[in-house]
Design a protein around this ligand. Structure first.
Ligand code: DQA
Length: 146
């Protein structure tokens, strides 16, 4: 089974972007760790990043046709995108919303997520490790459906 791991705007800058909040791990390093974990879980991953809202929506739709599950870090589109909310609503596969930082412990505008009401579960505040934890959780969600 393949799991899509989609990353939204500015996550390409991980490693140098506000490292006190997001850590020093780069997105490439996160991808490598996720791939490693996925192999142990007998999963394949499709790992992508985009700065464009429409592309994120295209890929979210695509995951419905090609993947057994979706792990999504929508970046700031979390807090703004009704279009992404609608795309997630339309998606029948298991979905996990993921954030490196604890969005509830930061600025008030990060406490609202348009993604949260449309996903199975939410993981935030675990930094780069969150991607590995989300894969563990996704394995269980996929097994539960089978
Ligand atoms: C983020 C949290 C968002 O509020 C922020 O806009 C991001 C990253 C995270 O992973 O912690 O770009 O999704």
């Amino acid at each position: 089974a393949t799991v899509y791991i989609l990353n939204g705007p500015n996550l390409n800058l991980l490693g140098t972007r506000e490292p006190e909040i997001y850590g020093a791990t780069t997105l490439a390093e996160i991808e490598a760790a996720a791939k490693d974990r996925a192999e142990k879980l007998n999963l394949a991953i499709e790992f992508r990043q985009t700065n464009h809202e429409g592309v994120l929506i295209d890929w979210t739709q695509e995951s419905g046709a090609k993947a057994a599950g979706l792990i999504l870090n929508p970046g700031a589109y979390t807090h703004t995108s009704i279009a992404l909310h609608d795309a997630l609503k339309a998606l029948a596969i298991p979905k996990i919303e993921l954030h490196l930082s604890n969005i509830h412990a930061r600025e008030p505008f990060r406490r609202t997520s348009f993604a949260s009401p449309a996903v199975d579960g939410i993981l935030c505040g675990f930094g780069a490790m969150g991607y590995v934890l989300a894969l563990d959780a996704m394995r269980r969600l996929i097994d539960k459906r089978a």
